[in-house]
Write a protein that binds this ligand. Structure first.
Ligand code: OXD
Ligand code: MN
Length: 629
């Protein structure tokens, strides 16, 4: 860590005369203009935000920052025997999740943001942000965090630099991304980087003088703004998760999706796993699911099928790029997991439980009386007494969750017992299959294979879940989440579908991944789940990769039968031995219900106007014809 207390110019670093800094005329345009040189850019951000000091980070600062946060009450150390090297943070109760309503895509042309993003004109947004960022770090330290998304220097990796006034964010970025002297040297040596500016928006020096800090500073007003053309990220007002750890949703999905569009690759909201069959054949599967569909569980799946293993490469985001031989290669650009704690238990996800034994930052979970953590689903019975996520006494009678439903763990991926050998190979892995999943009580079969790449893109474009709570809208109505990218695509969603078609066309047809749709959540008429899920999902993944082997001529038995919605497992091809499930009901395709579904898809596509690629319209017509036939 290098402290450059005198790095900003005298007028910008001074806290003795904060008024003088009001005269600073630095604008967002000045900052943007300086991005070619990291030192000039950092100086421009400092001139705008007016911190007391600027500290350059390379990972070596971690222990000092943690000690400071323990002293200030931001981090509560957990019992060193029960949970070594681990801490609990409690956020402000008004800063507990990503705020999609305050997430903006500021493309030059509104049409490029598309109808599913909040668009703001870049100039207007720069002016608004200029007003909130001016002097917003007064009294605080500004940290400069060069980071790599993906293994340092890898052909699919990218560099970023986040400046932030939150030590919690610095330490979390050190877990979630690669922060090291090597990365700092690359950035300082002139390598291109994505500039990401973050402030909690809580200056400690104002007109009334200096005020005391709080454990979780934040601001009621929040902005998570992206400028796709200049690749900039500006985040204000929140210290939480995807709002503040800017390598994750902001860079690795929203900005990277635009970079991918322009450069011929894909940044996707996908987990990445390696399956090894009893014969020792390895396959890699990338899978997209909307938030809260059990992605972390699937990424760390413990197969119930004898002889199969599943290893973890990534749990949330994959970057996919055509490789030199016409294959699709993928990396997990992240270095850690920022997972939802509630629902994670020994039965549901033993690998996650093992991962979290040590060196973990927990945020908004409950604290046990012996200094350990607890959340709903960790154990079947809650402890008799806890301190809840707000810091209040809690007993099982409280009637409120002890852990916030969006409470999280931040932990290094390398700690996961199921992490795959070579998970961080800079060249990535060859993707054999792509899986799209939604949460559907009706209609969508347990698994279906796309007949072609175009059909696969259609499956991705039509991912949806039934709304389950009145707060989400009309219960039972479909909530669309194409490619599970609705909140994360930095450009027009229908253009994203066109881009998928282009990337597919660039691949060798013999090496192109097969595409599948899955639905773990189908229910019977009595409202009971038809499929047990969790480790049993390995049976579906085994069929998926068996289909890959069949497509490559490695198996000659019949794996699938046709249906109007895609290829379904042939009788006996999906191994359900030992399970009491109604496979006919799980795979049933009701033509009447699907005709209605096709109408809804047409309405949905119409919201994107003429940007929907023609092959998707053709696919919809084909579905209708097949349903009639
Ligand atoms: C996440 C999400 O936090 O998808 O990963 O919402
Ligand atoms: Mn996610």
């Amino acid at each position: 860590m290098t402290t450059l207390a005198d790095a900003p110019t005298a007028s910008t670093a001074s806290t003795a005369n904060p008024r003088r800094t009001n005269l600073a005329r630095t604008t967002l345009a000045d900052v943007a203009a300086a991005t070619g040189d990291v030192h000039a850019w950092v100086a421009a951000v400092a001139a705008l935000t007016v911190p007391d000091a600027v500290v350059w980070c390379d990972g070596s600062e971690r222990d000092e920052l943690v000690a400071g946060m323990v002293a200030s009450g931001t981090l509560i150390p957990l019992d060193p025997e029960l949970r070594p090297g681990s801490y609990l943070a409690r956020s402000d109760p008004a800063d507990v999740a990503r705020v999609e309503s305050r997430t903006f895509i500021c493309s030059a042309d509104e049409r490029d943001a598309g109808p599913t993003n909040n668009w703001r004109a870049p100039d207007a947004m720069r002016t608004e942000l200029g007003a909130v960022f001016a002097g917003c770090m007064r009294g605080r330290t500004m940290y400069v965090v060069p980071f790599s998304m993906g293994p340092v220097g890898g052909p699919i990796s990218q560099l970023g630099v986040q400046v932030t006034d939150s030590p919690y964010v610095v330490v979390s970025m050190g877990v979630m991304t690669r922060v090291s002297p090597q990365v700092s040297a690359l950035v300082e040596g002139g390598a291109a980087f994505v500039p990401a500016v973050h402030s909690v928006g809580a200056p400690l020096v104002g007109p009334g003088g200096r005020r005391a800090d709080v454990p979780w500073p934040c601001n009621e007003t929040k902005y998570i703004s992206h400028f796709p053309e200049s690749r900039e990220i500006w985040s204000f007002g929140s210290g939480y998760g995807g709002n503040a750890l800017l390598g994750k949703k902001c860079f690795a999905l929203r900005i990277a999706s635009v970079m991918g569009r322009d450069e011929g690759w894909l940044a996707e909201h996908m987990l990445l796993v390696r399956l090894t069959s009893p014969q020792g054949r390895r396959h890699h599967v990338a899978a997209a699911f909307p938030s809260a569909c059990g992605k972390t569980n699937l990424a760390m799946l413990r197969p119930t099928l004898p002889g199969w293993t599943v290893e973890t490469i990534g749990d949330d985001i994959a970057w996919l790029r055509p490789g030199p031989d016409g294959e699709l290669r993928a990396i997990n650009p992240e270095a850690g997991f920022f997972g939802v704690a509630p629902g994670t238990g020994q039965d549901t996800n033993p690998a996650a439980i093992a991962t979290l034994q040590r060196d973990t930052i927990f945020t908004n979970v409950a604290l046990t009386d012996d200094g350990d953590v607890w959340w709903e689903g960790l154990t079947p019975q809650p402890p008799a007494h806890l301190t809840d996520w707000t810091g209040a006494d809690w007993t099982p009678e409280a009637g409120t969750p002890a852990a916030h439903p969006n409470s999280r763990f931040t932990v290094a991926a390398a700690q996961c017992p199921t992490i795959a050998d070579g998970w961080d190979d800079p060249a990535g892995v060859v993707v054999d299959a792509i899986v799209f999943g939604g949460r559907r009580a009706t209609n969508v079969p347990l698994v279906a294979q796309a007949e072609s790449w175009e059909h696969g893109v259609f499956m991705g474009a039509t991912i949806s879940s039934e709304r389950t709570a009145a707060a989400e809208g009309v219960v039972g109505e479909l909530r669309r989440d194409p490619f599970a990218m609705m909140p994360f695509c930095g450009y027009d969603m229908a253009d994203h579908w066109s881009h998928w078609l282009r990337v597919g066309a660039a691949l060798d047809p013999a090496r192109r991944p097969l595409v599948f749709q899955v639905n773990w959540f189908r229910k019977d008429d009595a409202g009971r789940f038809l499929w047990p899920g969790f480790g049993e999902n390995s049976r579906v993944l085994a069929w998926v990769v068996d289909q890959v082997d069949r497509a490559r001529g490695l198996r000659t038995d019949v794996g699938a039968v046709t249906s109007p919605v895609g290829l379904l497992p042939a009788p006996g091809a999906l191994d359900t031995r030992g399970l009491d499930v109604d496979l006919d009901a799980l795979l049933a395709v009701d033509p009447g219900a699907w005709a209605l579904e096709a109408d809804l898809t047409q309405e949905f596509f119409a919201t994107f106007g003429d940007r929907v690629p023609a092959p998707l319209g053709a696919r919809l017509e084909r579905l209708r014809t097949a349903l009639d036939g």
